[in-house]
Design a protein around this ligand. Structure first.
Ligand code: HEC
Ligand code: HEC
Length: 322
């Protein structure tokens, strides 16, 4: 007569032996090999791929252009002086003010030419790699909270002009503060993988069928203005879904949506391209009611500093999005 208790013990002994066999030396070495291959692939695929010195064009700096694009790009909005920096002009990009993002809190660095705490000692190559490839001078991936995904489309000469303009600002001492970024190492390497789909390094191209002003607007919107970072929805991989360009996205403050920029005139939001330009130039002060929350107020303030012709060009381009 089989003793059920003993049979159960024997069954579990068999199962244990099977499990042990699974972890036999040979299988373990196969598993270890697979894990190593996986890690190796991750390591290779997530490695930073910076530009080299040969990618930096010979260029004579144009400071006026640098200042314009600095405003269009809104660098100051994120690189604001820390509230601890007393007596520092709030308009300087002295860095250190907290910037909350879904992955952690950043204290974007000091962009003034201070040699120790700012970017005074950076080479042009280091600057271009940070702004257009999201790679720090230490060779780490930067988080796309710095919108290098849009700045990558800009002419490199324009990035050098921004750099030259920054070098004319007064140097401020504002020590770097590292981000509160849980699992920073893994997250940064992960960004390396994400860049394969999330970072398009193609430069902006003019559309010869369109007017010069339309093309100017297109460049300002799709390059420095990084308007699509908020106004284009993202796919499940958190990359911009370009098939739905400018159709609106989730609101950075979590409530409601970032509005669509398509068919603004047809939908009766604005009379014409000039009216859109006025909204960007004057904002809420002049009764335009949807250009202030969720970071748009800062964008509007920055855009209002551009020459009127540039603001009109942005209006013309936005009005053409159907
Ligand atoms: C929407 C916010 C935002 C805007 C706009 C922005 N930045 Fe940043 N920037 C950041 C954040 C956040 C970081 C830090 C990213 C990280 O640590 O991964 C950063 C990092 C940098 C770095 C590299 C810092 C380092 O430690 O290596 C440079 C250089 C820089 N930004 C320059 C610029 C310039 C120039 C502009 C305008 C053309 C600009 N940023 C616009 C948020 C922004
Ligand atoms: C940081 C995210 C962000 C960026 C970058 C951004 N926007 Fe916006 N934008 C918003 C939000 C949020 C609103 C809605 C604001 C509100 O309702 O107060 C908005 C509203 C607007 C509106 C009004 C739409 C309507 O229905 O009336 C226009 C026009 C606009 N943005 C144009 C632009 C342009 C042009 C750029 C680039 C130069 C840009 N935005 C960049 C977040 C952004």
């Amino acid at each position: 007569m089989a003793n059920p208790a003993r049979a159960a013990t024997r069954n579990s002994a068999v199962r244990r032996a099977e499990i042990l066999k699974l972890f036999s030396k040979r299988n373990l070495s196969v598993l270890a090999l697979l894990a190593a291959l996986g890690l190796g692939a991750f390591w290779l695929l997530s490695a930073p791929r910076p530009l080299s010195a040969a990618d930096i064009p010979q260029h004579t700096a144009d400071l006026a252009n640098g200042e314009k694009l600095y405003n269009a790009a809104g660098c100051r909005s994120c690189h604001k002086p820390s509230p601890d920096l007393k007596d520092v002009d709030a308009n300087l990009p002295a860095g250190g003010a907290p910037l909350k993002t879904p992955v952690g809190t950043f204290y974007p660095l000091n962009l003034t030419p201070d040699a120790e705490t700012g970017i005074g000692n950076w080479s042009d190559l280091e600057f271009v790699n940070a702004v257009q490839r999201g790679i720090s001078p230490e060779g780490e991936h930067l988080i796309p909270a710095l919108p290098f995904t849009s700045y990558a489309a800009m002419r490199t000469e324009d990035i050098l002009d921004i750099r030259a303009y920054l070098a004319t600002l007064p140097a401020v001492k504002s020590p770097e503060r590292s981000a509160d970024l849980p699992l920073a190492f893994v997250v940064r390497r992960g960004i390396g993988l994400w860049k394969w789909i999330g970072l398009d390094t193609a430069k902006w191209q003019p559309d010869p069928a369109q007017s010069e002003t339309w093309n100017r607007g297109s460049y300002l919107v799709n390059g420095p203005g990084h308007c699509a970072e908020c106004h284009t929805p993202r796919n499940i991989a958190m990359a911009r879904d370009n098939a739905k360009a400018f159709q609106g996205g989730p609101h950075p403050e979590g409530v409601g949506k970032v509005p669509s920029l398509r068919s603004l005139i047809e939908r009766g939001r604005y009379k014409d391209a000039k009216d859109i330009a006025s909204a960007l130039q004057y904002g809420e002060m002049m009764g335009y009611d949807k250009v202030s929350s969720g970071g748009m107020g800062q964008v509007q303030t920055n855009i209002s500093k551009l020459p009127e012709a540039d603001i009109q060009a942005i209006g013309e381009y936005i009005a053409s999005l159907k």
